[in-house]
Design a protein around this ligand. Structure first.
Ligand code: IPM
Ligand code: MN
Length: 371
């Protein structure tokens, strides 16, 4: 299979975690006789420094011309504390989502028994938690009209949704539920917001086409509590843009580290794959960030390209590193492995595809791992 992959490394730890995923995708290509062609493109603060724009038009062109996009992270502290900045790195990601119409953001929340101890939640509550958040990504308050009065005293952000925007993300969420445990929870604030009432109406209508899926509805404040109290109850969560942003970060504490979680953003053109963590500037360039969120995003990319066996192998490799405690500093602050070492270990597993060919003693010495 020949595929073109756009690589948008972005800011902070984006480059170093994305480099691991690129190495791994190259190893997969070699192992399974595929040809993947990678093209780098600029985005975020890095793109502002180099071109003045957080989303140069070249970047959009490269993405449109690719079969998939691997995305790192964006954001830089110099913009975070400057509300008056006219150009911001985040505009790069938001602009790309809009330009590519990436309307469905899919964030799976899984747990690894070996890491249950990391979660602030009790182990018995998080064992076997497995749900997926479908977050609408190109509408709502993120993209509504924004205003600031001339005297700087009044600001507003409109929240707007159309029926078709809700439908186009609801269908894939229902389809996912059909393939899973057949339950869909709509998270909204229908007791207060008109847009939420439209979401409920549209989802109720659509649900008649998916009779095998049980639908329930939760207000977002209650959902925030339920995710912590009893996360096992969820299968597919469907929600609008900002609620999805907030509850997906919240849900990441179930897995134990934000660094572990991948995501896929799909729409009408090229799909994009990115870890849900941000640019984590404090760790940038230190080779300590967790690359697994990016690597698992690469696995979702492979799934999207219908390379199921390849995706499963990457996931098996990730689980193997976790079970053997080959983990980064966020997971084990005392005895940790570097970002690049974890990437190499995943590749070793992919190349041997057989655990006992890997020389554990060499790994302990941080040396070459394959006999
Ligand atoms: C995310 C991020 C983005 C968002 C930011 C960087 C604009 O938090 O992908 O969840 O809010 O959507
Ligand atoms: Mn977020």
């Amino acid at each position: 299979m020949i595929k073109k992959i756009a690589v948008l490394k972005g800011d902070g730890i984006g480059p170093e975690v994305t480099e691991q995923s690129v190495k791994i995708l190259k190893a997969i290509a070699e192992q399974f006789n595929h040809q993947f062609f990678f093209t780098n493109a600029l985005i975020g603060a890095d793109a502002i420094d180099k071109t003045g724009s957080p989303l140069p038009s070249d970047t959009i062109d490269i993405c449109l011309d690719s079969d998939a996009i691997l995305f790192g992270a964006i954001g830089h502290p110099k913009y975070d504390n400057d509300p008056s900045a006219k150009v911001r790195p985040e505009q790069g990601l938001l602009g790309l989502r809009k330009a590519l119409q990436l309307y469905a953001n899919i964030r799976p929340i899984t747990t690894y028994p070996a890491l249950n101890f990391l979660s602030p939640l009790k182990s018995k509550n998080i064992e076997h938690v497995d749900f997926v958040i479908f977050r609408e990504l190109t509408g709502g308050i993120y993209f509504g009209k924004k205003e600031l009065s001339e005297d700087g005293q009044i600001a507003s952000d409109d929240c707007l949704y159309t029926k078709s925007e809700i439908e186009r993300v609801a269908h894939p969420a229902f389809k996912a539920a059909q393939q899973r445990r057949k339950k869909l929870t709509l998270v909204d604030k229908a007791n207060v917001l008109e847009t939420s009432r439209l979401w409920r109406k549209v989802v109720q209508e659509i649900s008649t086409q998916y009779k095998d899926v049980t639908v329930d509805y939760l207000f977002v404040d209650n959902a925030a509590m339920q995710i912590i109290l009893n996360p096992k109850q969820f299968d597919v969560i469907l929600t609008e843009n900002m609620f999805g942003d907030i509850i997906s970060d919240e849900a990441s504490v179930i897995s134990g580290s934000l660094g572990l979680l991948p995501s896929a953003s799909v729409g009408t053109s090229t799909a994009l794959f990115e870890p849900i963590h941000g640019s984590y500037p404090q760790a940038a360039g230190k080779d300590i960030a967790n690359p697994l969120g990016s690597i698992l995003s690469a696995a979702m990319l492979l799934d999207h390209l219908e390379l199921k066996e390849e995706a499963a192998l990457v996931r098996a490799a990730v689980t193997w590193t976790i079970n053997n405690k080959f983990v980064t500093k966020d997971i084990n602050p005392i005895n940790f492995y570097f970002t690049s070492t974890v990437g190499e270990l995943v590749i070793d597993f992919i190349k041997t595809n057989f655990e006992d060919k890997i020389n554990i003693e060499n790994i302990e010495l941080r040396k070459s791992t394959i006999i």
